[in-house]
Design a protein around this ligand. Sequence first.
Ligand code: SF4
Length: 342
Amino acid sequence: MDKDLKTKTPDELRELAGSCGQKPFAGDYLFSFIHQKDARSIADVTPLSKAFRETLTRQGYFISRLSISQQHDDPDGTIKFVFELGEKSCIESVLLKDEGRQTLCLSTQAGCRMRCRICATGQLRFERDLTPAEIVDQVYCAAQAAGRIDNVVYMGMGEPLDNFANAMRSIELLHCESGRNIGIRHITVSTCGLPDGIRQLAVHPLLPRLAVSLHAPTDAARKKIMPSAAKHSLHDILAALKFYQQQTGKRFTIEYCMIAGLNDTAEQARLLVNLLKPFKVNVNLIELNPYPGCPFSASSPEQMRQFANILNHANIETVIRFRRGRSIKAACGQLGATRLPK
Ligand code: SF4
């Protein structure tokens, strides 16, 4: 049984309190002290009786805590936080500032099994899944360093749907009213396109926003960018997205990283229009951020604008996302880049 109290929901903590002969509200104190007040140890939850706190400690319960080992600030306001995990691996989160709102892009795994060729993390060895506590702690540590986090995007290191249970539990913890109370529409889960995970998400009681990295309108081009395309065809991904939209009625976002000569032609834009026409969808065109050794180069701004125009003319709302945090290797696709051989 997981003894880390930070991973437990309010119901589980109430149950635990009950099993120790306490009233259920003792569990509520535990939850709010851990998730609102950043309690670092059971001893810090002072409204609880000393005897109960000692019982929990004796039974092996504890409150885990990540700490920031490095902070890098980009002149554009972006901040990258590095967290050591204690087994020689580390994870990174990125804070983006926009019109007074702060968005944290967080990690769900140390390394990633998906090995996308546009992404530095994909070139690192997969180490392990993060626990729900390690996922939410990135938010708590970033908030302590930089102030309130308004939005959370699961787009950092790792594929969240490959760590589905822990990612969803972390969302439940962040969303909880007696914790940080982050609105579910302020949380986005981004996937490289795992059809089973998309279907699971579609019927999950919590409904964060969904973003899907398509990156190409044909399987042949996709396979050159992301090895997962060999396993999951566009046909299967689009079928899962159809199911998602039927179940939820929600709009989703397509992420499309623009690579010179590979996925950025007018013909490919028209193919993408055909694929996306049946959906309520918006598209983010992302400027490629090459990591050392990346085999691709970025499309020109002009090529990106032409591609966007074709989508917008077909009434598919499309925006171009230019690089942020590039000087500190915090831009999309660059997380973990400092750990790659130069
Ligand atoms: S883009 Fe996302 S899914 Fe692909 S390797 Fe990088 S972290 Fe993993």
